[in-house]
Design a protein around this ligand. Structure first.
Ligand SMILES: [Ca+2]
Length: 118
């Protein structure tokens, strides 16, 4: 019983340590996903909630490069994300607010190369 109580304290300390986007932030567990084709079709690749992805050519666990190939985006995270035309968050960027999705990204189609919170 004592061991359970200690575990519960450790878990609550962990959740406090995670920075919240705002006072009203929903629980963690969101995601960002980019797709090779429009309307969330074709192969997808995930970016963890709050994480940055400096090189779309190197998604962990994917043998497919997403460099200059992304055509639609889901931001189902609590953070506003920016998608850049160059690696390492350089060049012009496409903003994607928290909890939005773009089935078509217009002039940015097949041009994006990195993403992070903005
Ligand atoms: Ca594409």
């Amino acid at each position: 019983m004592r061991r359970l109580a200690i575990l519960a304290i450790a878990v609550s300390a962990l959740s406090v340590a995670i920075p919240a986007a705002s006072a009203s932030a929903a629980p963690a567990g969101g995601f960002v996903e980019v797709f090779l084709d429009a309307n969330f079709s074709g192969q997808g690749a995930l970016i963890g909630d709050g994480q940055a992805m400096p090189d779309f050519g190197k998604f962990v666990g994917s043998t497919t490069s997403f460099q200059d190939k992304v055509s639609s985006i889901i931001n189902e995270s609590d953070h506003d994300y920016c998608f850049f035309v160059d690696n390492n968050f350089r060049g012009i960027s496409l903003p994607e607010p928290a909890h939005t999705r773009e089935g078509s990204i217009g002039a940015f189609n097949d041009k994006l190369s990195s993403a992070r919170i903005c």
